[in-house]
Ligand binder design. Structure first.
Ligand code: GAR
Length: 206
């Protein structure tokens, strides 16, 4: 029997790109069976762009300030996604709340990673907010994206203990280490067709 053709996936990143690199590694090792077809970035200074160049991943820079409306900005992004026949969008530190254009076009085909146990500590600095709050347990969440920030149905979560001697820096390291394992797992489940969204719940086929 012939294998099904590989799906094309795109990563969106605004910053450093360590999750993007983890995804590149997982694709190279065959842990994620897909074509990593495109990186979309909104930030010319994003470390992710250099990582894409090194790995030979096609990159599109789409800057919000080049468009008069968010809708036009997203339409350009959608054009890139459609031109590249993208079937799954992976937000990896893409620091923008997506609007209805993208969310409707890629309904239940956009994943996000957040460095805390949602619904706690949403926003741009989840690790610091949890650390400053004094929690003893925090972690990582992978979820489908909906119209609200860090909000859609949860696919996977993993916990990270905050120990007595942890600093913000040591906690960040622990969280990123978990992120780099958990995101490829969630992407793999999606690509294997094992995720089914039922309202707020995501059922995972064993
Ligand atoms: C990651 O820790 C990710 O969870 C976070 O941005 C970081 C990107 O790091 N996302 C959010 O906070 C979303 N609200 P990276 O560029 O090294 O992958």
């Amino acid at each position: 029997m012939e294998d099904a053709p590989l799906k094309n996936i795109a990563v969106f990143a605004s910053g450093r790109g360590s999750n993007f690199s983890a995804i590149i590694r997982a694709v190279k090792k065959g842990k994620i069976k897909a074509n990593l077809s495109l990186l979309i970035s909104d930030n010319p200074k994003a470390g992710a762009i250099a990582r894409a160049k090194r790995a030979g991943v096609k990159m599109a820079l789409v800057k919000r300030e080049d468009f008069s409306s968010k809708s036009d900005f997203e339409k350009r992004i959608i054009q890139h996604l459609q031109d590249n026949k993208i079937e799954l969008v992976i937000l990896a530190g893409f620091m923008r709340v997506l609007g209805p254009d993208l969310i409707q076009t890629f309904n239940q085909r956009i994943l996000n990673i957040h460095p805390a146990i949602l619904p706690s500590f949403k926003g741009a600095q989840g690790i610091k907010d949890a650390f400053d709050y004094g929690v003893k347990v925090t972690g990582v969440t992978i979820h489908f994206v909906d119209a609200e920030m860090d909000h859609g149905p949860i696919v996977l979560q993993a916990q990270v203990l905050v120990e007595e001697n942890d600093t913000l820096e040591s906690l960040e390291k622990k969280i990123h280490k978990i992120e780099h394992k958990l995101y490829p797992q969630a992407i793999r489940l999606f690509l294997e067709g094992k995720l089914r969204v039922e309202g707020r719940k995501v059922k995972i086929t064993p």
